[in-house]
Design a protein around this ligand. Structure first.
Ligand SMILES: Cc1ncc(COP(=O)(O)O)c(C=O)c1O
Length: 364
């Protein structure tokens, strides 16, 4: 997006603003790409985190095999930016959405998760109407208790049906071990994650034994990328948050850097030990806890209301006054990003680009 501020100092950006530290983001992308460079499993980054085509293209340029989306609307945005290989790791239900999906499949290799035979038939009918081919994977519940088949019998019979229906191309299985990604104790995490991985890989073997080719076995998130990514039989990992990180993930895995902040301005100092910012919960989410304040000693964000953040001061931070700028590191990047129209992408301390968050709010 055009901006008269390109090349100017970060402090000149009007607030609240969502900031990318480009060097840190690029190191995160490179680090994850390096991990998968020589492995049988490949990366299929989840774009529900950044919701921004140029970031997805950077991940693909670094080696990702394709992308993952949560919603059809996100997939439409990514496809219109030229991305071809798109997994929608979710069920697409309902006439209108299925028609959109079948139409999109004429322009990209879309793969969608299925866990219900009636939905499989609806997808096939729509693909025939549009003359397209929709890629499909069976979603297997690997212990998270969300969507997915729950028994081997269900998985194999759904795979058989998908493999037989006109207009569909059966690609394999997906199963997301979301109940493992935030486990702090590494031994416990590896144990639980391996159990989930084994459920998925064994389900793939069951489908193969039924004479059906399984090409994709997809799972994994940022918190489990190296466990799931090295589990024999898994072919791809759907990690998303690693690109920016957030305080919740920073507390669980090492090696990746915070690359996303919210820039805010102090708008009031109503008392000696408190300042108020112009960024509140309409700017930064708090379902995983309050954001962290970056680089200010002796100051703590203690409360968010809709449009205000309250910072408690001690020591050096006592100098903060109206007009000063502070940065928050979100506790949950994915939902914070969804509140913003654009990223202000910074290199060093200069604004290098403004990127539209084109898939923001694409919840349909
Ligand atoms: C289906 C699916 N795959 C992968 C992920 C991993 O994303 P992240 O790396 O942000 O944890 C998620 C997160 O919600 C998901 O729902």
């Amino acid at each position: 997006m055009a901006s008269p501020l390109i090349g100017r100092h970060k402090s000149e950006i009007d607030t609240p603003a969502l900031i990318i530290d480009l060097d840190a983001m690029e190191r995160n992308i490179r680090r994850m790409a390096d991990y998968f460079a020589d492995r049988p499993a490949k990366l299929r980054p989840h774009t529900k985190t950044h919701k921004c085509p140029i970031v997805a293209h950077k991940q693909i340029a670094a080696g990702a095999r394709g992308i993952t989306c949560a919603k059809l609307g996100e997939a439409e945005v990514m496809a219109s930016s030229g991305i071809k290989d798109i997994l929608i790791a979710n069920q697409i239900i309902g006439k209108e959405k299925i028609a959109r999906l079948a139409a999109l499949a004429r322009h990209a290799d879309v793969i969608v998760a299925v866990d219900d035979p009636a939905n499989a038939r609806d997808l096939s009918d729509a693909a025939r109407v549009f003359g397209s081919e929709i890629g499909v994977v069976v979603e297997v519940d690997v212990g998270m208790g969300r969507c997915g088949t729950r028994t081997t019998g269900q998985t194999v019979s759904l795979a058989r049906l998908l493999d037989s229906l006109e207009g569909l191309r059966f690609r394999g299985l997906m199963g997301y071990e979301g109940h493992c990604v935030f486990i702090q104790d590494r031994k416990d995490q590896v144990e639980k994650c391996h159990l989930a991985n084994s459920m998925l890989v064994e389900a793939a073997e069951d489908v193969r034994r039924a004479g059906i080719e399984v090409e994709i076995v997809s799972g994994g998130g940022t918190g489990t990328y190296d466990i799931t990514g090295s589990y024999p039989g898994v072919t791809e990992v759907e990690a998303g948050s690693y690109v920016f990180m957030d305080t919740r993930y920073l507390g669980v895995i090492g090696g990746f850097e915070p690359a996303l902040t919210v820039l805010a301005t102090v708008i009031s100092r109503p008392g000696k030990d408190v300042v108020i910012t112009d960024a509140g919960m309409k700017t930064v989410t708090q379902e995983f806890g309050l954001p962290a304040l970056k680089g200010v000693q002796g100051a703590e964000l203690v409360k968010l209301s809709e449009e205000h953040g309250q910072i408690q001061l001690t020591g050096e931070a006592a100098n903060l006054k109206p007009g000063d700028k502070v940065e928050f590191i979100p506790s949950h990047g994915c939902t914070t990003i969804n509140l913003h129209d654009a990223y202000f992408a910074i290199r060093g301390d200069r604004l290098e680009a403004v990127w539209e968050i084109a898939a923001r709010g694409k919840i349909r």
